[in-house]
Design a binder for this molecule. Structure first.
Ligand code: ME8
Length: 645
């Protein structure tokens, strides 16, 4: 009989030497599933990798004085080391710079082009000449380049487009006919209402303003842009478009693409449309998990949390970190990471509950029976309860893991751990040990404890593979096991245990937090995390307080001759010296609308010359809509110079 197959992927990561535990999250979660499937006899293909092309990398490499390939090679080596450290069992690591991927992407482009799904058009956007970058209206709020602060102008660039609009109806139809394609389900409506219903624009899939990318096969002046290069990794990794498509035929369509919620749109709109264009089946599921966020600085007064997975794994062990990530945060929702929570979990769940259970049991078997449980056993009144719970937990955990409800699965497993600890208190082995006639009962208690722990060792294996093996070694059972062994209570005929090191030593919270504080440095050094608002990282109050915001009154306002978008404002900032600020708001305000108004001034922004005007600071404005900007006005009663915080 042919083996069942299972294909799971993580996103391919942008090469960054600052991968934080948020990135680790997707990969650890996918690894747990891959391990679970293997334990269940699936022929599993687990894919991860790196997304290496694009202007940003080209720029960074230039800054570092390296070629883009030299630059990414070093970082990718570090990412591979990180996955090794985290005990990730990926079957393949794809790099978008792999020759096979590049060739296959060119074939894919050609196929879409021949079909008429890719056409040459014009990319229009706001362009900053000195930075050679295109920006959207939202990014270049106020008509200024978000990178250098200079005014941007409308520009056109020849580019190739994918006919995304053509697939809108088929996408909606597909979602409707395949409930469970997008998970969590709430995200499906978000895709339909926020993106498909307002109308899908064709997608720009090439650029000619940089060269670090895969060459467009029909035009060497262009490179293939971002998502067509990145998303196709999921099939090129299986050999699609190569001489050997054996893996592709075996594993495609993918069972689940596991991704962060920020890239759901690309995976549930662009990717299915690309596949439809190629006449290929669609993935069975796209699961968008939530974000690991940083808490608002509660743990430390002035220092940040340590979020470097290498440092954390080194201090607490890889399994503690894997456990924490999958237990603490309901998969699919956002969760807050803090070192304090992590240490709490280690102390209570791992050291107290699991660690204690194993060490108490093994010590008792050694103490009362010299390490080996005799074959003869009598039942105790608490046995049946424990047996039923163990078997029930195995079933529940199975179904939760299959549905990616990791935190629920782990909480079920921990109920069994607690119940097994309670079983010790209920059966009071130290009292049974005092009475020779109870030796059979004592043996039964020890046996049941060992069986329950053996089952637990199977159930935690997808999440904490090393711990599972450490426990099994102390129990003296084989380390080559399958999931189904958690479905039998009474599998082993006897146990010969061997005490090992303490699996999870307790951590002194206060001492540890103070050491971490020293290690972490200031907030600014912490790696920025993805936050609720796309592209916005959380900052600590220390960082925020560096920005000096003041009330300022507009005394004069005149247009800037050389720049249609700019107004030159003369402000009273309370210092008695007039201050000049250039603001890109001419499209929305006439000078006479502004004179006399109180506004919020960023007073300590470094001066910049904008079209010949030396601007000392900026005033705050809201982007009310794509093409609508509203200045933030203060109440007239606020005196100029008042600090805003
Ligand atoms: O998006 N919590 O790459 P990437 C949870 N190259 N997940 C997080 C996170 C956090 N704090 N920070 C990042 C890309 N992630 C593209 C993907 S796939 C064809 C191309 C997750 O390195 C993020 O949500 O920016 C994403 O799923 C993954 O890390 C990679 O992010």
């Amino acid at each position: 009989m042919q083996k069942k197959t299972y294909y799971i992927s993580t996103p391919i990561y942008y090469p960054s030497d600052k991968l934080h535990i948020g990135h680790t999250y997707s990969t650890v979660a996918a690894d747990a599933q891959a391990r679970y499937r293997r334990l269940n006899g699936y022929d599993t293909f687990f894919l991860t990798g790196t997304d290496e092309h694009g202007q940003k990398i080209e720029d960074k490499a230039r800054e570092a004085g390296e070629t883009p390939k030299e630059y990414v090679d070093k970082i990718v080596a570090g990412i591979k080391d990180l996955w090794k450290l985290m005990n990730i069992t990926n079957d393949k690591f794809i790099r978008t710079t792999d020759e096979q991927h590049e060739k296959a992407v060119q074939k894919i482009f050609q196929k879409m082009y021949d079909k008429g799904d890719i056409y040459k058009g014009c990319y229009e956007g706001l362009y900053c000449k000195p930075c050679e970058s295109f920006w959207t209206e939202t990014q270049a709020a106020g008509g200024l380049c978000p990178d250098c602060g200079r005014p941007v102008g409308k520009a056109k660039e020849e580019a190739y487009f994918f006919r995304l609009s053509k697939y809108a109806d088929r996408l909606v139809e597909y979602y409707e006919q395949h409930p469970g394609f997008i998970e969590p389900v709430s995200r499906q409506n978000e895709m339909i209402n926020n993106f498909i219903k307002p109308g899908l624009q064709d997608l720009c899939v090439s650029r000619s303003s940089f060269t670090w990318g895969i060459q467009v096969p029909v035009n060497p002046e262009h490179v293939i842009y971002v998502w067509l290069d990145a998303l196709t990794n999921y099939i090129t990794a299986l050999g699609y478009g190569s001489d050997n498509e054996e893996l592709f035929n075996k594993f495609w369509p993918c069972d689940v693409h596991l991704i962060g919620k920020d890239i759901i749109r690309f995976h549930t709109i662009y990717w299915p449309a690309f596949l439809m264009s190629l006449d290929l089946p669609l993935p069975k599921k796209v699961y968008g998990h939530g974000w690991v966020l940083l808490e608002g600085g509660k743990m430390s007064k002035s220092k940040g949390n340590v979020v470097d997975p290498v440092v954390l794994a080194d201090r607490y062990g890889v399994d503690a970190l894997r456990y924490y990530l999958l237990r603490e945060i309901a998969f699919g929702s956002d969760g807050v990471f803090s070192n304090e929570n992590l240490i709490n979990r280690i102390n209570s769940d791992l050291a107290n509950d699991l660690g204690n259970l194993v060490s108490r049991t093994v010590s008792m078997v050694e103490k009362y029976f010299g390490g080996t449980i005799p074959a003869e056993k009598e039942e105790t009144e608490f046995d049946q309860k424990l047996v039923s719970l163990a078997l029930e937990t195995s079933q529940k955990a199975q179904s939760d893991i299959e549905q990616l409800n990791y935190s629920v699965a782990l909480s079920e497993i921990w109920k069994l751990i607690s119940a097994t600890n309670k079983y010790i208190d209920e059966t009071v082995p130290w009292i049974l040990a005092k009475d020779e006639t109870k030796a059979g009962k004592l043996a039964a208690v020890m046996y049941n404890l060992c069986e329950s722990i053996r089952i637990i060792s199977v159930l935690i294996a997808p999440f904490m593979p090393e711990t599972s093996l450490k426990i099994r070694s102390q129990l003296g059972v084989n380390d080559d096991f399958i999931w189904d062994e958690s479905k039998t209570f009474g599998k082993e005929s006897t146990y010969t245990v061997k005490k090992g090191e303490i699996i999870f030593p307790r951590i002194d919270m206060e001492k540890e937090l103070s050491e971490l504080e020293k290690a972490s440095g200031s907030d600014d050094k912490a790696t920025p995390f993805k936050e609720e608002i796309e592209g916005v990282a959380k900052i600590g109050i220390d960082t925020f307080s560096l920005v000096d915001l003041r009330c300022a009154q507009i005394k004069e306002c005149v247009p800037v001759k050389k720049a249609k978008k700019l107004l030159q404002l003369t402000l009273d900032d309370g210092t008695g010296i007039d201050r000049t600020v250039a603001s890109g708001i001419a499209k929305w305000y006439k000078p006479e609308d502004l004179v006399g108004k109180k506004v919020i001034l960023v007073s300590n922004l470094k001066p910049a010359v904008l079209c010949g005007v030396e601007s000392k600071g900026m005033i705050l404005a809201a982007t009310a809509a794509e093409n609508d900007v509203k200045v933030v006005f203060l109440d007239e009663s606020v005196p100029a110079g008042s600090k805003i915080s």
